[in-house]
Unconditional design. Structure first.
Length: 157
């Protein structure tokens, strides 16, 4: 398990909607949510499941966004994605949980929603990845069937 990870809105929203937040907890003991990401989630309204989650889950912490390095800014990502990558860039031991994999091109360790599920399967946290991924797809995850099938082959499904 990673000690700390920083997360973008999309994966957090998907895991909350699909009621699979436990997979994030198994991936990292502490999840950081930069303020631009928290603001994006809060804009969904106080009754939104993800907005409630970031307010009430003790192992999820909202943090200020650090200055965005030029290498990150040059990708032209939104404020949430940029702040997640900036936090991870400033903390090389930290993984960025973000579905935009541009951070990997910057040398930042990244893991997307699919990667979190596959990691959970490899670690024995879940017995099968396919049902979890189907729940995430039903919750709004965009993933081509071909990519899904190829990923599942890598974990023996």
């Amino acid at each position: 398990m990673d000690e700390t990870a920083v997360i973008n809105a999309s994966p957090l929203i998907l895991f909350c909607r699909a009621e699979k937040l436990v997979l994030l907890r198994e991936f990292a003991a502490h999840i950081l949510v930069p303020m631009p990401v928290a603001k994006e989630i809060s804009a969904r309204g106080r009754s939104d499941v993800t907005a409630k989650t970031i307010e009430s889950t003790p192992w999820i912490e909202m943090i200020p966004s650090p200055p965005i390095p030029e290498a990150v800014a040059s990708w032209g990502l939104g404020p949430g994605e940029s702040s997640v990558l900036a936090v991870a860039a400033a903390n090389p031991e930290m993984t960025a949980i973000i579905d935009d994999l541009s951070g990997a091109r910057l040398g930042i360790p990244v893991r997307g929603t699919l990667g979190i599920v596959l990691t959970a399967k490899r670690r024995g946290v879940i017995l099968q990845a396919r049902p979890v991924l189907e729940d995430l797809l039903a919750s709004g995850l965009y993933l081509r069937r071909r990519v899904l099938d190829e990923a599942l082959k890598r974990v023996g499904e």
